[in-house]
Design a protein around this ligand. Sequence first.
Ligand code: ADP
Length: 324
Amino acid sequence: IKKIGVLTSGGDAPGMNAAIRAVVRACAYYHTECVGFYRGYQGMIEGDYIALNARSVRNILPYGGTILQSARSKEFKTQEGRAKAAEKLKEAEVDALVLIGGDGTFRGGVALSKEHDIPCIGVPGTIDNDISGTNFTIGYDTALNTVVEAIDKIRDTASSHNRLFFVEVMGRDAGFIALNSGIGAGAEEILIPEEDLGLERLLDSLERSRRSGKTSSIVVVSEGDKIGKNVFELAEYVKENLPYYDAKVTVLGHIQRGGKPTCFDRVLASRLCVKAVELLMDGKRDVMVGIVNNDITYTSISEALKTEHTVNKDLLRISDILST
Ligand code: ADP
């Protein structure tokens, strides 16, 4: 392997810069050239890239976002698009790729590798933590901390006015952010896609809370929750059925994707990306690096895409106990 290409793709996540830096520095350490493609697969199709050396990535470690930018490329989902990308890779003399992103990004890598024989290593970078084969994805810890800080602030105003707040958090079809931030911020209820709490139980629980003397409450709602109502309808429904509650809604939105990465995410990104480069050096391909029980490991990308993620039932139990 003489030249490695790196890109960030799909939903951005804090820590992607730390990841780019680690790829570039590991390449320099192992005397391999490195180029970065702008805007994920779209930049690859357009041949929009830059040569990166150890000094090109100075001072980017603490910053959120991604200096290479990210994009969703419709064209890359087509065979013709991928053929164009492969042509540009040949022109740039790139012989392997490190792909930092989520499951969509990895699907693209599998297709490119199959059709054009380009070795790819996936690095899980998404705030949602919804990738199998790793306990943690880059950006998840930072997003959790952002959410907890926001809910702490919402609780201040909730308790001043005896209010009930529904706080919607990100996570796509996974409840990791909701469940962990909910416990971290002491939410009364947590609604996640993996478990249908049911509207009746929610009302019961809020009613019980009030009777037990709670004057304000926080309900964390995952954006992918399948209770059958969106967060605004949910608040209306509770107001209709429990009129003594002044229910408000806060949708945290994209603040969850920004900010300085936590130390955890920086270390994770650094470890995963050094490993990614080393695997390519060792002739490995089409695997995703991950962290499992604090060891850096790897699994085949197709396996990582296949398996369903599961929710930690013990966390649900803990949340139930603590919201008594
Ligand atoms: P994420 O990587 O965060 O899941 P996306 O699902 O948007 O984000 O995927 C990122 C990019 O990967 C897409 O814009 C597209 O270019 C490419 N991609 C996604 N799915 C596929 C697929 N099935 N085949 C080829 N490329 C894909």
